[in-house]
Write a protein that binds this ligand. Sequence first.
Ligand SMILES: [Zn+2]
Length: 135
Amino acid sequence: MHVESGAIVNQGAYAELRVQSETVNFQDPPPPYTPPVEGPTVTSQPIIHQTIILQVPLRSNPVYYTCDSCHERVYTKVKYVNSRKTHLLAGFICGFTCWCLICCLGAIPYLVKSFKKAEHYCPNCDKLLGTYSKI
Ligand SMILES: [Zn+2]
């Protein structure tokens, strides 16, 4: 598009100003922006130290255990109590041996601690830490 003197002619990417048949070119457009090259970004994140205590599984014997209540590492105190399984086993043995008059063997589960439920207690605060039953 051509216009007479004093007009701006826009032709695509650049513009020309014509003043009385004298052509004045504007400067070339600035080079495209390139972001400055930065070094590796170092961000300071807080270091979190987390202590993980692995508890050993409870067994029928006392174990070292960390109490949830007093947060002490203790050697558990174990009480052996009769559970429902102990009564069922005693009833089964008694019923099975009743015909030969040795049903007194049904008392065996009440006498052997392997047939009872082991309850682990903290010796400091007497909190129940967990139970274990072999049967
Ligand atoms: Zn405790």
